[in-house]
Ligand binder design. Structure first.
Ligand SMILES: [Zn+2]
Length: 88
């Protein structure tokens, strides 16, 4: 008799898991990594957020930017002097 309850618990667990998965998929939208090859090619309207270089103002994907003290920079040489280029 107890087996029925165990089976019921397993079924409910699977249903709950499926529902969690479905809602998680809805949250992240269509911008999940495609099954073809991990990272999707760079496209101008990719859903990744764009940031602005605090030095020169150029916009670039956040994944390509260098984050430093709450700001983003397009390259290392645009970091402020306090970033410690070769300093102690
Ligand atoms: Zn820059």
């Amino acid at each position: 008799m107890a087996r029925i309850f165990i089976l019921l618990a397993v079924v409910l667990g699977v249903l709950w898991w499926l529902r969690q998965r479905a809602s998680a998929r809805q949250d992240s939208g269509p911008a999940r990594r495609n099954a073809a090859g991990g990272r999707e090619p760079a496209s101008p309207d990719a859903s990744q957020p764009m940031v602005q270089c605090a030095h020169c103002g150029v916009h670039l994907p956040r994944t390509d930017a260098i984050a430093w003290q709450g700001q983003h920079y397009c390259r290392r040489s645009h970091l402020p002097d306090s970033a410690g280029e070769g300093g102690a």
